[in-house]
Design a protein. Structure first.
Length: 187
């Protein structure tokens, strides 16, 4: 069985500001690293894209910052949405048609390397584009969605706290490397 997780990476606001914006939710917030904070939200871990979309949009609008919402489903799908000032700016799906038994396997859709790099202050547009376009069917493609997420985090310069981690994992003590339970803020 592969990874199942969702999380949000926010660039700019402090962990305390994010905690205030999450009032009333069950979530965990990481310390800031390179200007970014990762949020693990319990309800989002159900992988309901409507819940993920609403929370990402609200956090981006309220905190006036870029928010990258990611979902990994069984290490077969890497999906994200990028929000800027509350508006959907970019969306990506590594395995479109995955849940349609009639669909033929196809290459990833969506994803704008320029927008991602601009949102997180990265300069490796060609590298990000390559990460987004590799199909799991290519010889040099990604066998697991978590590998794509790791490469994307590295290329964008965002914390690795979100790679392979969601609320369920973190709440069970399965912490990403470099993250200490004492530094997490529980909402």
């Amino acid at each position: 069985m592969g990874n199942f997780y969702t999380n949000y990476t926010l660039r700019g606001p402090s962990p305390q500001a994010i905690v205030a914006a999450l009032a009333g939710r069950s979530a965990m917030v990481t310390p800031a690293q390179d200007g970014c904070v990762v949020v693990f939200d319990e309800e989002s871990d159900e992988q309901d894209t409507e819940v993920i979309t609403l929370l990402a949009s609200r956090l981006s609008a309220e905190l006036r910052c870029p928010v990258l919402a990611v979902l990994n489903h069984d290490d077969d799908i890497f999906w994200y949405q990028l929000y800027l000032s509350g508006e959907l700016a970019d969306e990506y799906d590594s395995s479109p048609g995955y849940f349609d038994p009639e669909a033929e396997p196809s290459a990833p859709v969506g994803g704008d390397a320029q927008k991602l790099c601009d949102a997180f202050g990265a300069s490796g547009i060609a590298e990000v584009e390559s990460i987004l376009r590799k199909s799991s069917f290519d010889e040099d493609g990604y066998a697991f969605a978590v590998e794509r997420h790791e490469d994307l985090a590295r290329a964008l310069g965002i914390p690795f706290f979100g790679v392979g981690a969601g609320f369920g994992y973190v709440s069970r003590g399965e912490l990403p490397e470099g993250l200490d339970e004492d530094t997490l803020i529980k909402v």
